[in-house]
Design a protein around this ligand. Structure first.
Ligand code: ACO
Length: 436
């Protein structure tokens, strides 16, 4: 970095820190507002907007399942798993309390706390997941309700392990279009409930967890600067859960033949992944105008250490210390793997204002995606006083009470007004009745 560039960077970081620490929040022209005042789109004057990551958090179940534990249930060896995948252990949810929504809620809560943002200010909740609570309602809606986010849209995004990068891209688009100020992007998975624990070719690979980031509109240049998304549905059957959807609804037969579990052609996915991770990283850096040599940290999808080595490390010649790997601790947590890795990288001091980051992932679909991020926010977490913590707890308790109250009112209505639920169709005159 030249002296001038260094000075510019220092000045930009200072400006960023002031803006994003809140000292400028009340005066920044409505783009990082203390109070939002919606205006008609046509009359808005729109200076450049950037989508900055201002909060982050992750949650993993307490229960650890080691390779040695797996040796007890399938014909596998710790040595095989370590050398072929790099995985040493993974986290698995405890029945029945931990779910995709509960993990996602905790991760999102931590992201809001880092950003010191009241949940009521969030405009959109996106939950990337391949293991949603239900086909519908969305897991995002459940998380929105858990957090007491009262004025936001919420939806799930299905792009398998690429889901978090896809969701980040959508969130950035919403912010840059001026449709949202704050977007919660969550990747949450409980794939341990989707794997066949008698199939050694898949059960050793996956783990559970959730990660979240809070994206905010800002006038500070940087944040998520470029994205690349891709899909090749001709590879759909290489990694799939064949049954349980509309193509093969759940039945006694689908359950007895185990087709509601993950099925995978590991070798084919491996070949695809090593090619596409390097390609997507190159493309997104081109779009962001950042040379590979200026990348400070790559946070790749954590599926297999060998895939990371064969792609970003070897093909792009990015040095090992600039590629974050934690697959040994958590296995493949699908859409949660990148945000969990990002949070751990931040905790370990590997991310600093001014850094160029790349998030890159691949997954079923086949899908892939990459985001280039110019990190522009200070890393230190806000001081939390006793009063602040109490206020937060009260807000979450109020959210839970509000949700219970609304459910109770609905139940009451359905009891006192049964006809509202089973309204009879208006009978047309006989001569207008449709004929069969
Ligand atoms: N323990 C011991 N032996 C095993 C195990 C196991 N857990 N699993 C497979 N083997 C055996 C196979 O049966 C095979 O034996 P054989 O030669 O007698 O037939 C041998 O090991 C080699 O099997 P391969 O499948 O060729 O092993 P490979 O080196 O390709 O590694 C792996 C398999 C780890 C699955 C690798 O192909 C891979 O990582 N692929 C990518 C998978 C992936 O990332 N999926 C997630 C995508 S993200 C998403 O969207 C969910």
């Amino acid at each position: 970095m030249t002296a001038q560039a260094h000075e510019d960077h220092e000045a930009e970081s200072k400006h960023t820190a002031e803006s994003l620490n809140g000292t400028e929040r009340s005066v920044t022209n409505g783009r990082y507002p203390a109070e939002r005042a919606p205006q008609p789109v046509a009359t808005r004057v729109q200076p450049p907007r950037y989508a900055q990551i201002i909060g982050w958090g992750y949650e993993v179940p307490e229960r650890v399942v080691t390779n040695q534990d797996l040796e007890q249930i399938v014909d596998t060896q710790d040595e095989w798993i370590r050398t072929r995948t790099g995985i040493e252990e993974r986290r698995v949810v405890a029945e029945p309390l931990e779910t995709t929504a509960s993990l996602g809620t905790q991760a999102a809560r931590k992201a809001l706390e880092v950003a010191d943002l009241h949940p009521a200010k969030v405009d959109l909740v996106i939950c990337a997941t391949s293991s949603p609570e239900h086909l519908f309602p969305s897991t995002a809606s459940i998380i929105q309700d858990n957090l007491g986010i009262t004025q936001a849209g919420a939806f799930d995004l299905s792009a398998a392990c690429s889901g978090f990068v896809y969701a980040l891209s959508v969130a950035r688009g919403q912010i840059m279009a001026g449709d949202a100020e704050y977007v919660l992007v969550i990747g949450s998975e409980t794939l341990s409930r989707m794997v066949d624990w008698t199939d050694r070719t898949t059960c050793v690979l996956f783990g559970d967890g959730a990660g979240a980031v809070l994206l905010a509109a800002s006038d500070v240049p940087g944040g998520v600067t470029a994205t690349v998304l891709g899909s090749d549905g001709s590879g759909a059957e290489l990694l799939t859960i064949p049954s349980g959807g509309s193509a093969a609804p759940a039945s006694l037969e689908t359950v007895s033949n185990g087709s509601h579990y993950i099925r995978m052609d590991g070798r084919a996915v491996f070949r695809f992944a090593t090619r596409i991770m390097a390609e997507a990283t190159r493309q997104v850096l081109d779009r962001a105008g950042v040379p590979v040599s200026e990348v400070d940290l790559v946070v790749p999808h954590q599926a297999n250490k060998r895939i990371i080595q064969h792609s970003v490390l070897r093909q792009l010649k990015i040095p090992e210390d600039k590629v974050y790997v934690n697959v040994h601790k958590y296995g493949n947590t699908s859409s949660a793997s990148i945000p969990i890795a990002l949070c751990e990288a931040i905790d370990e001091g590997k991310v600093a204002p001014g850094d160029n980051l790349v998030f890159v992932g691949f997954g079923a679909g086949l899908t892939w995606g990459a985001c280039a991020v110019k990190w522009s926010v200070p890393i230190e977490k806000p001081e939390t006083s006793w009063w602040h913590t109490t206020q937060r707890q009260a807000a979450y308790q109020a959210a839970a009470a509000r949700s219970m109250w609304k459910r109770a009112i609905r139940r009451l209505y359905s009891q006192v007004e049964p006809r509202a639920m089973t309204r009879r169709p208006v009978r047309k005159p006989d001569n207008e009745q449709p004929t069969p």
